[in-house]
Design a protein around this ligand. Structure first.
Ligand SMILES: Nc1ncnc2c1ncn2[C@@H]1O[C@H](COP(=O)(O)OP(=O)(O)OP(=O)(O)O)[C@@H](O)[C@H]1O
Length: 599
């Protein structure tokens, strides 16, 4: 066994174009304004260096250099901090520790493991605590795929360890290392033990990566495959691509959190990173209590085995909230690089924006729209641009993706505010939640007339699910649009003002809304709907429309057609037994046709 310190971190430059050079500095606090603290006597400190502030060594990060003054945001509560207290700069930016053991983790915004769940529903971590981000004691069974003499470069697969039942954790050559394998150490190892030597240098499983830097890839790929969400309204009308991004704007209580959680549970991602950002402690406690008991519908293993939870509740310091989405996206990219499809949920990006606003105002920066800093749009872009489908670096060839779904909570449901507007420009899907729909208990309250998807995924659905997917999708979208227009007439003049043909359109619209788009997240059988089932349901509604029109042509009275009792059966499509979808659909279609022709 070698005694050389294992190479646990990438040897990539500290910042692009600069050689790594770590200099620690010690200074003194001169000003404290909430989470923003200024210090002097830190001559070697650079922007985004990590600092430890005060006697309790609170974790912080340099965000501004102003002459001799070094301004930092502190990720922990600064109560009790005094002018004159010591500040130590570490000379390094904020890093994520990446390696086996991330999945199943419950972390704070700076990736510190959170284990204390208090009785009042809040999460705590001791101030100044600086535990290792990855467990240093747990041993993982390293299974190498390289042999001595192999030549390897960045991103090449060295071996893997089983991480839970759902994911094989692939250990890759760190960025910046190219050489020949000179030793291989199979078997149990901690994340810092050497598992392979490259040119005589030990390489461990753990990597460190600066949070604010996107991880490198070989190529970005076009977005052609959907992330199946299991939510009918989304998969049918506004599908998101794997590697794409979506935002869920919605007023208070419109169902953002329930939808984000449904996506975390049921979307067909390999790995889920869920960032609870600035939400109420009890909402996150629900997640923390519920997720460990949920079974992953794809693997049968506990959902947590493919999930990382990052929690920054509203009672936690705002600066850590700002860091939390970078911790989340860095972990997401790390699994993407292994060849996995990762979904990252951020709930809510508005709270993240508010953290930016608070820090900016304490820096006394010139406020832009609604008090947000002028760099809000750039920061949001920097986040959403880290979504993508990619060809990963290294061999064997593999692809991976990170899909981002960000909830937005505009005050008063006003979508014209800056976070919604800036996010709208960046995201490929806009899933607008509607207060009126949520009041009517129509869930998910996605407004089908205001929402959109920019991803062209029809070809995939037609090929993989059924060739009639895209024609039926267009038919449903048009029918909903037509029904919306007719509803306006009805609200002014009453239903009798409509022609019989239009009243059929109204009835079809109702079936689409109530029997197809509505889906309760709390109904075990219906919480998630595979696309095959969705297509079967859609075909039945389409056929029901055709049967109604043909009855009308036969001279049946419109009131008899729309009141036909068999139409109530459409509401029971969501109860079809999962292994009997096709037969149930054929049976119901036949019954509707028979009843309509017997009228
Ligand atoms: N898909 C759904 N199925 C069934 N009920 C739902 C669904 N979505 C939302 N609800 C109902 O709406 C309530 C509010 O949802 P949720 O907490 O997700 O709203 P929110 O938009 O996140 O609220 P806030 O603005 O407080 O963050 C839920 O408690 C639930 O009763």
């Amino acid at each position: 066994m070698t005694t050389t310190r294992p190479r646990t971190e990438p040897v990539e430059p500290r910042r692009p174009g600069q050689a790594r050079q770590v200099t620690t500095d010690s200074g003194r606090v001169v000003r404290i304004s909430g989470p923003v603290v200024s210090a002097t006597d830190l001559p070697h400190t650079r922007l985004f260096d990590v600092v430890r502030v005060g006697i309790e060594q609170l974790l912080g990060e340099v965000i501004k250099l102003d002459g001799d003054l070094v301004v930092m945001q502190v990720f922990e509560d600064t109560t009790g901090l005094q002018v004159g207290d010591p500040v130590v700069a570490t000379g390094e930016p904020l890093y994520a520790e990446l390696g086996p053991g991330l999945l199943g983790g419950i972390l704070d915004g700076t990736q510190r493991p959170l284990t204390n769940l208090s009785t009042d529903g809040n999460l705590y971590i001791a101030r100044g605590a600086d535990p290792p981000r990855l467990d240093r004691d747990q041993r993982w069974d390293f299974r190498p795929v390289v042999e001595v003499g192999d030549r390897v470069g960045p991103g090449d697969l060295l071996g893997s360890v089983p991480e839970g039942r759902a994911v094989e954790h692939r250990i890759l050559v760190p960025t910046g290392i190219t050489g020949v394998v000179t030793a291989v150490h199979p078997g149990p190892a901690t994340v810092v033990d050497p598992v392979v030597d490259i040119d005589g240098h030990p390489v461990a499983m753990m990597r460190r990566w600066p949070l604010r830097l996107a991880r490198p890839v070989a190529n970005r790929l076009p977005l052609t495959v959907p992330l199946i969400t299991g939510q009918r309204v989304l998969d049918l009308l506004f599908p998101v691509a794997r590697g794409g991004s979506a935002i869920i704007p919605g007023g208070f209580g419109t169902g953002k959190t329930v939808l984000e959680q449904a996506l975390a549970k049921f979307s067909n991602a390999d790995v889920v990173v869920y960032v609870g950002c600035g939400e109420r402690g009890n909402e996150l406690t629900e997640v923390l209590e519920e997720f460990p008991g949920v079974t992953d519908p794809r693997t049968g293993a506990p959902l947590m085995e493919r999930t990382v939870l990052i929690a920054n509740t509203s009672n936690m310091p705002v600066a850590a909230r700002e860091a939390s989405i970078y911790s989340g996206i860095t972990i997401a990219e790390y699994y993407r690089d292994q060849g996995y499809d990762v979904a990252m949920m951020a709930d809510s990006t508005s709270r993240w924006g508010e953290a930016l606003r608070e820090v900016s105002s304490r820096l006394e920066e010139m406020p832009a729209e609604d008090g947000y800093p002028a760099y809000l749009a750039t920061r949001l872009a920097g986040f959403y641009e880290r979504a993508g489908a990619v060809q990963c670096l290294g061999t064997p060839e593999r692809t991976g993706s990170v899909t981002i779904v960000g909830a937005v909570s505009p005050a008063g449901g006003d979508f014209s505010e800056p976070i919604t507007q800036n996010s709208l420009r960046l995201a490929g899907c806009f899933w607008a939640l509607d207060t009126a729909l949520s009041r009517q208990r129509h869930f998910p309250a996605v407004n089908w007339l205001r929402s959109f998807s920019q991803y062209g995924l029809d070809a995939w659905f037609d090929r993989e699910i059924g060739p009639d997917w895209s024609p039926l999708r267009r038919w449903a979208a048009a029918a909903l649009q037509d029904e919306g227009a007719l509803q306006e007439v009805v609200s002014l003049l009453g239903v009798e003002a409509l022609a019989a043909e239009q009243r059929i359109t109204l009835r079809i619209g109702q079936a689409l809304r109530e029997d197809l788009l509505q889906q309760s997240s709390f109904d075990d059988l219906d919480a998630s709907c595979p696309p095959q089932r969705l297509l079967a349901m859609l075909r039945v509604v389409h056929e029901a429309g055709a049967a109604m029109r043909s009855a009308l042509q036969q001279g049946v009275a419109i009131t008899d057609i729309t009141a036909a009792s068999v139409l109530a059966e459409l509401g029971r499509m969501r109860r079809w037994p999962p292994d009997d979808i096709d037969d149930s659909a054929i049976h119901l279609t036949r019954r509707i046709a028979e009843e309509m022709s017997s009228l």
